[in-house]
Structure formats: C-alpha cells, structure tokens
Design a protein around this ligand. Structure first.
Ligand SMILES: Cc1cc2nc3c(=O)[nH]c(=O)nc-3n(C[C@H](O)[C@H](O)[C@H](O)COP(=O)(O)O)c2cc1C
Length: 211
C-alpha cells in the first residue's frame, strides 16, 4: 500500500462540470444505495409506483424516512411520485427483494401519469391500512408514510427535492422478524450501484463495535 502522500487524488469542482457528470460521480461513489419502491395515488385514484435510490432513514423517533425525486430535464414535468405526494401527502415505501427486481425496473419507465405501474409490471396492489396508496404485496417490508416535509434542494435539471415522510405503520412479512430484528437473508434486499448495475446483500460480514 503506497503512503498517502504518494497517492494522487483527482479534484473535481461540481461548478466546473456538467450535472450529468457530477451525477455519475455521486452514483458511482455513494454505493450501494437502498431502493425505496414508492407507491402513491393521484387525486383521481390512479396508483403510481416508482423506484428511488436516493433513499435513507432520517429518524427513528419519530420514524422518518426520506427519498429524492429529481428533475429530469429543462422544463420537464415533475415526476408523478412527487406530484402525487404534493397533492395527497401520502405514500408507501416498499423494500425491493431480488425476486422481483425486474418488475421493479419495469416501473422506472417514463410513462404517462394515467398509466398504473402495478398493471404495467404485474406487481400486486395490497390495500394499506392508514393511507390510500396501496402497498406492493410482493415486498417483504412496507412502510405506510405521511408527508412530513418537502425540501426543494434545486429545481434545476438533475436537481432534487427531499421528501421526508413519517412512517405511520410498518408491515413485515411473517417469519422475517424476531424481536424487531429483520432477517437479512429472508429479506434479500438489493441495492443500486451506477447505471444498470445492482448489488445483492448476500455477501455480509460482522464486526464488533469498540466499547
Ligand atoms: C433502481 C432505480 C433507482 C432510481 N432512483 C431514482 C432517484 O433516486 N431519484 C429519481 O428522481 N429517479 C430515480 N430513478 C428513476 C425513476 O424511477 C423514474 O424516473 C421513474 O419513471 C419516476 O416515476 P414517476 O414519474 O412515476 O414518479 C430510479 C430508477 C431506478 C431503476
């Protein structure tokens, strides 16, 4: 291993480069990213389903998760997910397992708002208990959420809005949870790398934390 003073680092100032290139630096470095498979419903009751890998947890007390729909191009309309959340204040985050990765991917197609991605992908809608958008029955962990806050980080192309939602109810498939601990093998979650590359969660290792 060379000494740190002999390793050459390349510096990139985001303001000097195209947003598409900065996006590539981000999605190549911030890996693997979990995937929020977000179901929403518009004011007319049409369901929508789309994956978002700019996704994480923000708080456990209260339980809050967040994800980021981005602006596609100059003048392009808001993503259906964001528009529906602005209209209704409700969404469901469904965790993606390897077994239905391809169906999840089918929902990333840019289709008209009146297209229901449950029908498009063949995934099964399951009524939620506290919000209108349905859950994805194939998903082994589902979180019913109410909008807490929208943070408009940037309206420029490739800019994002942070959607923070309070989890009103968690649903975990029976047999997958013991004393609130989720079995990672049973969940078989996948993560997103850059471009068309994904990661599995099957190669795990343990490390004791220092006291
Ligand atoms: C695995 C995966 C992760 C994605 N992550 C994001 C993301 O974090 N933010 C985003 O704006 N789009 C993301 N996309 C693209 C959206 O899913 C895509 O634009 C989708 O059509 C949006 O749907 P909507 O208009 O129904 O909301 C992702 C796509 C895939 C396949």
């Amino acid at each position: 291993m060379p000494e740190h003073d002999t390793i050459k680092m390349l510096a990139f100032d985001p303001r000097d480069h195209a947003p598409q290139d900065i996006y590539k630096l981000m999605v190549g470095s911030i890996v693997p990213r979990p995937i929020a498979f977000v179901s929403t419903m518009d004011a007319n009751g049409i369901a929508n389903l789309a994956p978002f890998s700019f996704f994480t947890a923000a708080s456990a007390n209260p339980a809050v998760v967040c994800f980021c729909p981005m602006v596609r191009r100059v003048g392009s309309p808001k993503k259906d997910t964001l528009r529906n959340i602005e209209e209704t204040g409700e969404f469901v985050v469904n965790i993606v397992s390897g077994e239905f990765a391809e169906k999840m991917n089918a929902c990333a197609a840019e289709v008209a708002p009146e297209i229901d991605e449950f029908e498009l992908s063949g995934l099964t809608p399951l009524a939620s208990q506290l919000v209108r958008p349905p859950r994805v029955a194939e998903s082994r962990v589902q979180m019913e959420c109410r909008l807490l806050q929208l943070v408009r980080v940037s309206d420029k192309p490739m800019g994002g809005t942070l959607v923070l939602g309070e989890v009103l109810r968690f649903h975990v498939r029976e047999g997958l949870v013991e004393e609130f601990r989720i079995d990672p093998a049973g969940l078989n979650a996948i993560g997103r790398m850059a471009g068309k590359t994904y990661a599995r969660t099957t190669d795990r290792f343990d490390m004791e934390r220092p006291l």
